[in-house]
Design a protein around this ligand. Structure first.
Ligand SMILES: NC(=O)c1ccc[n+]([C@@H]2O[C@H](COP(=O)([O-])OP(=O)(O)OC[C@H]3O[C@@H](n4cnc5c(N)ncnc54)[C@H](O)[C@@H]3O)[C@@H](O)[C@H]2O)c1
Length: 267
């Protein structure tokens, strides 16, 4: 039997992280790089993308590759595996972590359902869900070849349960239906793909609870009171789950949703 240390060793493996220049994506990149993986950082923000890739390479002495790209560009997405293979040699881990962050209609973003638009719903489905599946399909030959293929879809508590709108009371914050639809879709896609891609590639999801980002104080207080563990999440709370699902620590786990939400969904 291998040791825990050996099971979590990712040296010689490569991870591709979408939204890799974002808060959680960058934390995932650091965690996987610390375990030895080379990291491809895909994100729509070119400068952040380059900086995160440079920082990871320097700090963890691993190969990295910035992939500045819009997930809505299907033709560009389909070139990603070839580029990753050319620069990093292989692909073992795909983390679908990006989410739509900019809307062409920001005035109705996070507004009550009556004011939401089909354009925003469509874009959230497109960026959060459909693009992840297009990339997953394109990456399959490399993941199959890996012998350790692992796909990790980043969902949300709002993909599992309805928002508790009371936490937004006294704030101008809210939650979009399109986000919930896309995140629920990712959990079901995880189950579908786990069955379809076994035994060569494992597919799992991580469901984070709300992460503290210095939000409106009333919201933070409402959220904390609503959460059994009494606080919002931090990026650090999520990195154990990604290392577990990416590595041989979870070699016999597929089709599962690891919920890291401080107990939010138990009520
Ligand atoms: N922050 C939370 O409280 C929370 C809670 C539950 C789940 N999540 C999930 O975690 C993941 C990461 O969230 P985060 O908080 O780190 O967000 P973030 O905004 O910091 O990161 C999202 C990244 O996606 C990138 N992105 C947006 N549109 C893109 C596009 N069209 N093409 C390529 N990249 C694009 C952004 O540039 C950004 O770097 C998301 O999937 C989110 O749904 C977050």
């Amino acid at each position: 039997m291998r040791t825990i240390h050996d099971l979590m060793n990712l040296r010689g493996r490569t991870a591709l992280i979408t939204g890799g220049a974002g808060h959680l994506g960058a934390a995932f990149g650091a965690a996987l790089a610390e375990c030895g993986a080379a990291i491809a950082v895909l994100d729509i923000q070119p400068e952040h993308c380059q900086k995160i890739a440079d920082d990871l390479a320097t700090k963890y002495t691993v190969k990295t590759l910035p992939l500045p790209m819009d997930l809505q560009d299907e033709a560009a997405l389909k070139t990603v595996p070839e580029t990753v293979a050319a620069h990093l040699g292989r692909l073992d881990i795909l983390v679908n972590c990006a989410m739509m962050t900019r809307s062409p209609q920001p005035e109705v973003w996070d507004k009550p359902f009556e004011q939401q638009t089909s354009l925003n719903w469509r874009l959230e489905i497109e960026i959060n869900l459909t693009a992840a599946m297009i990339l997953t399909q394109a990456c399959l030959p490399l993941l199959r070849e890996s012998g350790h293929g692992s796909i990790i879809n980043i969902s949300s508590i709002y993909g599992m349960v309805a928002p508790d709108f009371r936490v937004y009371a006294g704030t101008d914050m809210g939650s979009n239906l399109g986000y919930a639809m896309s995140k629920g879709g990712l959990v079901q896609a995880t189950r579908y793909l786990a069955a379809a891609l076994a035994p060569h590639t494992r597919v799992n999801a991580i469901t984070p609870g709300g992460i503290w980002r210095n939000q409106n104080a009333a919201f933070v207080q409402n959220y904390e009171q609503r959460t059994p563990l009494g606080r919002m999440a931090t990026e650090e709370d999520l990195i154990g789950a990604v290392v577990y699902l990416a590595s041989d620590l979870s070699a016999y786990v597929t089709g599962q949703n690891v919920v890291v939400d401080g107990g939010w969904t138990v009520w």
